[in-house]
Design a protein around this ligand. Sequence first.
Ligand code: 0O2
Length: 209
Amino acid sequence: SRIKIGSLVFSNFLKYYQLCRSAVNEVSTRLDNLNTDFQLRYEHNPINRIDERIKNIHSLMHKVARKGIPKDLDMINRRIHDIAGVRVIVNYIDDVYLVRDALLAQSDIKLIRTRDYIKHPKDNGYRSLHLVVSVPVFQTDGKKIALVEVQIRTMGMDMWASLDEKMHYQAVKNSQAGVHAPELEKYAGELNSIERDMQTIFTELGETD
Ligand code: 0O2
């Protein structure tokens, strides 16, 4: 039980990861329930897909080193908020904020931080709404509070982000960073414009129902 990752005791680390896993399950279940409820009440599913992920230890340690964070669970917990991650892919742009509001309306979920890369896209064209929320998790020894990063984005934003990620990975492998960056930035804008037009049609159809 004294096996260590750097200076972190492995068994403590496992417990921490288990807390993050439970927090992801908690948030994901709540989102799934909200989606079903939206369907029953308004005949509209805002959520297309939910992806869950726990940051792997390699990428966590990379981030810890990059940010110069001491290898201490308390410090890691305080400074890194995306170990537990839930990505919500929604159908239309307005659904991003519909899902955000419905989640934050739950009295035991607290908003810790918002980064709205939809209202303020990154220079490369990346769009997505990032929330860090705290959520209660019930363990055998009582209630714990855990942080979860919730990324909410449309299908177009998600398609763009996955291509961007793949290109980034390829570029690192072939040392060709940024070759397609201008095209990608242009496509991000075009996708956004198409999704805004689709939103307009969807809203109009709803008004004439
Ligand atoms: P992975 O593999 O998804 O975990 P912070 O330290 O949290 O204050 P950080 O980490 O830059 O600052 O947080 P931010 O801006 O909220 O974004 C972190 C995550 O958003 C990334 O996680 C990506 O998932 C996603 N993301 C942000 N910018 C981009 C981008 O330009 N392109 C793509 N494809 N995704 C982006 P990780 O940790 O990088 O990776």
